[in-house]
Design a protein. Structure first.
Length: 240
């Protein structure tokens, strides 16, 4: 009897050993099933990233884009603003929306930073301070587009940000046309993004946000409400 009790307590008796064996086999089967699911998922995710990074790195700034009704630039860098203002000055659009300006940034300081002249800012530049992210950029931009009844708009943002920007705006727009104008700060074609850690980090972060945006696209979207616009248009002598 003592021998039997010892075997049972140590887990080597007939009943207990069989139970642990079943559990072990069950866990092993579960791990094998998980591996079969995880490995294809990893291949899909990282394969998708390679396609995303390659596509983004091959985007280039158009030399002479066709004229549109208006221009939208999503804030996030000086190069974006400079490119948008150059398009406005060259007559590629009749009006410019700068979306996502920080609430503490005044019109005059923004004008000074971009080198814009008084007449240009007074007649043709609107400022959106409500948008806090790309989703907000899309919502405020669509309100602006529909308020002015524009049909064709040039969208200015960095090349890595362009796919998600087009996705967010495209799902809210209907008949309006978006012409992408990607701003390229660094030449990453021919696979150079793979050997530049900072570029790799930026691209992978943006890819993750792009995947989240794709998932959001499966959910019902609230139509943009033109009545909630928070766009500032001021005369040249405005003090804000």
């Amino acid at each position: 009897m003592k021998g039997h009790r010892f075997d049972d307590a140590s887990g080597s008796g007939p009943g207990r050993g069989t139970g642990f064996g079943l559990i072990g086999r069950g866990l092993a089967a579960l791990l094998r099933a998980a591996a079969k699911a995880v490995i294809p998922a990893c291949i899909l995710v990282f394969g998708g990233f390679a396609l995303f990074a390659t596509h983004v790195s091959q985007l280039s700034t158009p030399d002479d884009p066709e004229a549109a009704d208006a221009i939208i630039v999503l804030t996030g860098g000086q190069a974006r603003l400079d490119a948008a203002l150059d398009l406005l000055k060259s007559g590629k659009g009749e009006r410019l929306l700068i979306s996502g300006v920080h609430p503490s940034t005044s019109r005059k300081s923004l004008q000074a930073a971009t080198g814009g002249d008084d007449a240009l800012f007074a007649c043709c530049v609107d400022i959106d301070r409500a948008a806090l992210d790309t989703i907000g950029n899309a919502e405020e931009s669509v309100k602006w587009v529909r308020t002015h009844d524009y049909r064709r708009v040039i969208l200015v943002t960095n090349n890595y940000h362009m796919p998600r920007s087009l996705l967010e705006l495209g799902r809210l727009l209907d008949r309006e046309q978006l012409d992408p104008y990607p701003v390229v700060n660094a030449n990453l074609d021919k696979g150079e993004w793979m050997v530049r850690p900072e570029a790799l980090r930026v691209l992978f972060t943006e890819y993750g946000k792009y995947l989240v945006a794709l998932v959001r696209g499966l959910l019902p979207q609230r139509p943009a409400d033109e009545g909630d616009m928070t766009v500032v248009s001021a005369p040249a002598d405005a003090t804000d």
